[in-house]
Design a protein around this ligand. Structure first.
Ligand SMILES: Cc1cc2nc3c(=O)[nH]c(=O)nc-3n(C[C@H](O)[C@H](O)[C@H](O)COP(=O)(O)OP(=O)(O)OC[C@H]3O[C@@H](n4cnc5c(N)ncnc54)[C@H](O)[C@@H]3O)c2cc1C
Ligand code: SF4
Length: 505
């Protein structure tokens, strides 16, 4: 009864339960990993993302072989289906064991393959909460609230709790102490950079030669691709950036791509790091390294709260969630998203240039610069989601639908977020230095020189005011809208209309 294990590119985990289930029979178990070119033809991916996934897969396969497993690592021009069917047939596999894919379309794809063997599914250990557990937690709740979910996670895994099961420091949430504007005198240290080894260099050469549409630059590839490098990246964050993570979580500075962020999402999302080990390392740093509680709690909320919550919501919502478009936005994606040289809005230019160079942007850059712009200018949510999915090194379907469609574009009408994340130039000016070197004026809103974020923001509120009335947290913004003299609002709407037309050329 030969048993097979298929390991996907985002399942490179030491604690993959499909592997643990066969540990005693390493030589009798067949493992397959497939590097498919056809699969990556479906979307325009960042070159560094392709290198990251394929190099990490190759290293993982080598590691398994070194541990005595029989691994077939197949590099193919084809899609997965013919390769896996042939492999199952040739090896007479009667049972295929797999960790549950994080992405729903992939699970459906595999289920439809008719492989002529049984498939046994195992829990996805890239997450602490399994989808069924999330559904159980959600049952009977009128609204799913992140804060409630996060506190439940703290209790379940006994994180930052006193012996009396109260939050350490007396409060569950220390957000009020965080999110300060940047300070140019307090600059973050350089990130830990990993030199590509021979395996990674081979993949870099392969990606450079690809004749399919890709995105971004590959001159400098600094990401780690092994468990060992992921652990080093975790250590580097805890020792060098965690102490200021909380306070500068939302701050942006020109040329500082990473600020005080962890850069751990690529590793977490492919299983090279496990969420609980990351959470524990940061929790331990509170006492062992005297790290400030606002940073420790703020970071743990991101991983134990937001990350798990987004995964849970993704599996909880209806299958057609990916089509959501509450505002019925239909503008095509401007071409400058694929080429930062084509925009003269400095905030967009900086974040897009950085994305081209690194395949990374931190949360506020993604939310309050790129996604904010897409929302107020009326870009179709599915177009911007597709761009995010290809551009970022840590992007997968589960994290795109919730973050881009739900949080960023409010395309689900408020199921996930309690209000649309939109802002004028005010916020960007306060939280970054981008406006200092911009040809537009962040303080003007109805002149030719005015910052487009300003007139697009007011135009967005005016266009959707009837819909937005149902969103309690928008009341203040709508009140401000009413105070704008009609003539001024009209000027802004004309500018916004012209801007959208120009963008489509
Ligand atoms: C429009 C938009 C697109 C995004 N795209 C992605 C994406 O493709 N992949 C991705 O993993 N995250 C995404 N996020 C969430 C978040 O921005 C990234 O996880 C974070 O920027 C990754 O960088 P970091 O590891 O340095 O994070 P840090 O700021 O150091 O945060 C720590 C960790 O918290 C987790 N986290 C925090 N917020 C979220 C969240 N909302 N959803 C999921 N995990 C979260 C991540 O694992 C991250 O590594 C997106 C958010 C928005 C608003
Ligand atoms: S002025 Fe406007 S476009 Fe320029 S950087 Fe500031 S917010 Fe961005």
């Amino acid at each position: 009864m030969p048993i097979g294990i298929w390991i996907l590119g985002d399942q490179l985990s030491d604690i993959n339960p499909a592997l643990s289930a066969c540990h005693g029979d390493k030589r009798e178990t067949f493992i397959i990993m497939i590097e498919s070119l056809e699969y990556v033809r479906k979307r325009r991916y960042h070159k560094q993302k392709l290198v990251f996934i394929w190099a990490a897969m190759r290293h993982f396969a080598r590691r398994l072989s070194g541990e005595g497993w029989r691994v077939d690592y197949i590099v193919t021009e084809e899609d997965f289906a013919p390769v896996i069917r042939q492999w199952v047939r040739e090896n007479n596999i009667t049972e295929l064991r797999m960790m549950m894919p994080a992405d729903r379309p992939f699970f459906e794809y595999i289920s439809r393959l008719e492989l002529n063997c049984t498939i046994t599914w195992y829990n996805n250990t890239n997450f602490l909460w399994q989808p069924e557990e999330f559904k159980e937690w959600a049952k009977g709740r009128k609204r799913l609230i992140l804060e409630d979910f996060y506190r439940e996670g703290r209790r379940r895994w006994k994180i930052l709790l006193t012996e009396a099961f109260k939050p350490v420091g007396g409060k569950w949430n220390l957000d009020k102490e965080n999110r300060k504007p940047p300070n140019k005198k307090i600059l973050p240290p350089k990130r830990l950079s990993f030199e590509p080894d021979e395996i990674t260099k081979e993949v870099i050469e392969k990606v450079k030669k690809l004749d399919i549409p890709t995105y971004g630059k590959l001159e400098k590839f600094e990401w780690g691709v092994t468990r060992e490098s992921a652990l080093k990246a975790l250590k580097d964050f805890v020792e060098n950036r965690l102490h200021r993570f909380g306070i500068y979580q939302d701050a942006m500075l020109t040329g500082e791509e990473y600020m005080w962020h962890s850069l751990l999402s690529p590793y977490l999302n492919v299983g090279l790091l496990h969420p609980l080990e990351v959470i524990k390392a940061v929790e331990n740093a509170l006492t062992e390294k005297s790290m400030p509680l606002n940073s420790v709690e703020g970071f743990i909320r991101q991983v134990l709260g937001w990350r798990e919550y987004m995964y849970g919501v993704y599996h909880y919502v209806e299958k057609d969630y990916f089509q959501s478009n509450w505002f019925n936005h239909q503008q095509p994606l401007p071409t400058f998203f694929w080429d930062s040289n084509k925009t003269d809005l400095n905030c967009l230019k900086q974040v897009l240039k950085q994305t081209e160079n690194t395949a990374y942007a931190h949360h506020i850059q993604r939310l309050m610069i790129l996604s904010n712009y897409a929302l107020i200018s009326g870009i179709c949510p599915q177009e911007i989601e597709n761009w995010f999915h290809g551009a970022y090194i840590d992007a997968y379907d589960w994290v795109m639908q919730t973050n881009v469609l739900g949080m960023g574009q409010f395309a689900d009408g408020g199921f996930l977020a309690t209000k649309p994340y939109v802002s004028s130039a005010n916020y960007i000016k306060k939280m970054s230095d981008y406006c200092e070197n911009c040809r537009y004026n962040p303080s003007e809103r109805n002149t030719e020189n005015a910052c487009p974020f300003n007139y697009l923001y007011w135009d967005f509120l005016a266009r959707h005011k009837d819909k937005l009335k149902s969103q309690g947290r928008m009341a203040l913004a709508l009140k401000q809208l009413e105070t704008i003299p009609p003539q001024q609002l009209k000027q802004m709407q004309t500018l916004a209309g012209k801007w959208r037309e120009k963008q489509n050329l």
